[in-house]
Write a protein that binds this ligand. Structure first.
Ligand SMILES: [Zn+2]
Length: 361
């Protein structure tokens, strides 16, 4: 069918002739939209003019004009949307600004508990200690008997300790002290000449960090799982002065040179004498605050001279050898250092909390 372009009003015919030129030179989306308004817009466009014209056209030319309008409508709309697509895709590639600062990708960091554990280990490494590790599933013997904890001791109750149902003598260790028992047993072994490993080493000093488990309800200061660092030194003629010197030095290295340490008598079955060690509250400098419960001091670890029973249970002669041991809760120290009042925050892994911990020494 031949299209009757002669039916077009002269201004529209002229505009149509220029349409392709205008479309190809349109430089941006706004320009295309302006052309869209002029040619196919809903109001006062060439298309609306032609639709009006169709109504007044005599019957015999109506179908010719109708076909022409249809053809123009499709031609214009197709060309307009093609040009729009071109401009949009061109824009999206040219809009990459290489001078912009790239987005910051957040980096991971060592967990504050792990970081503190590493700090504690490094302080004691400088004093010649090495790290010994033991299993989290322990025997009742290593966890209690070997540490002079009698069968009637309340810590052994199943309301306090996680025992394995089908293996009543296996449990989740309640402290890192069974590592002491394991190491001492190993050291008591003798070679062919009858010389024990402890004798050939002339003593030992080690740290054992790790997770421990107790049947505690979760609250701001308790958790059924927490982390301890245990330390032990065995030698000859070891006394309380060695213990005090070592722990005073270590606490200053860990908490700052101004850290003040005091020793109080304390009872633990595996040491004799035993002591509890306090540091002057780093938050209020001893003036008294909520964290130190107005006492100015915070209990930070338990310690003492190794009980002769512990040595002889492992096969070591307590008349020849002596030593000291100490243990501390890592989360507890982290809470003190960071002024964090809630233990649970260290386990919940809320990134906002962990980020705030980055700044804490
Ligand atoms: Zn205080």
């Amino acid at each position: 069918m031949n299209l009757r372009f002669d039916l077009l009003p002269s201004d529209i015919a002229e505009a149509h002739q220029q349409f392709e030129g205008w479309i190809s030179t349109a430089r941006d989306v706004n320009e295309v939209n302006r052309l869209k308004g002029v040619f196919t817009g809903r109001k006062a466009s060439h298309l609306t003019t032609l639709t009006e014209l169709l109504k007044q056209t005599p019957k015999e030319s109506k179908s010719d004009l109708g076909a022409l309008i249809n053809h123009l409508k499709i031609t214009w709309e197709t060309a307009l949307s093609l040009r729009l697509d071109q401009l949009i895709s061109k824009n999206s590639t040219s809009s990459i600004d290489l001078t912009l600062t790239p987005p910051v990708i957040p980096l991971g960091a060592v967990h504050p508990i792990q970081r503190l554990e590493a700090q504690i280990v490094s302080v004691f490494r400088s004093l010649g200690y090495h790290v010994e590790e033991g299993p989290e599933v322990e025997t009742e013997e290593n966890n209690f008997d070997g540490l002079n904890i009698t069968p009637s001791h309340p810590a052994r109750r199943s309301s306090d300790t996680f025992y394995f149902q089908n293996h009543p003598h296996l449990l989740l260790r309640t402290h890192t002290s069974p590592v002491q028992v394991r190491v001492l047993k190993r050291l008591s072994q003798k070679n062919k000449e009858g010389v024990s490993l402890l004798e050939s080493l002339e003593g030992i000093r080690f740290l054992s960090p790790g997770r421990v488990y107790r049947k505690d309800e979760i609250d701001p200061t308790h958790s059924p799982m927490f982390q301890q660092v245990e330390g032990m030194l065995i030698g000859k003629n070891i006394g309380l002065h060695h213990l005090k010197g070592t722990l005073s030095y270590a606490m200053k290295a860990l908490l700052g040179a101004e850290a003040d340490v005091r020793f109080r008598p304390g009872y633990f079955p595996f040491v004799e004498p035993g002591c509890e060690v306090d540091v002057r509250c780093p938050l209020c400098k001893g003036q008294g605050c909520r964290v130190c419960k107005s006492s100015g001091w915070i209990e930070i670890l338990g310690a003492g001279l190794v009980h002769p029973q512990v040595l002889s249970h492992a096969g070591i002669d307590p008349t020849v050898w002596s030593g000291f041991a100490f243990g501390m809760g890592i989360e507890r120290i982290a809470m003190i250092i960071s002024e964090c009042p809630d233990l649970r925050l260290f386990f919940e892994n809320d990134v906002r909390f962990l980020q705030s911990m980055r700044e804490v020494r």
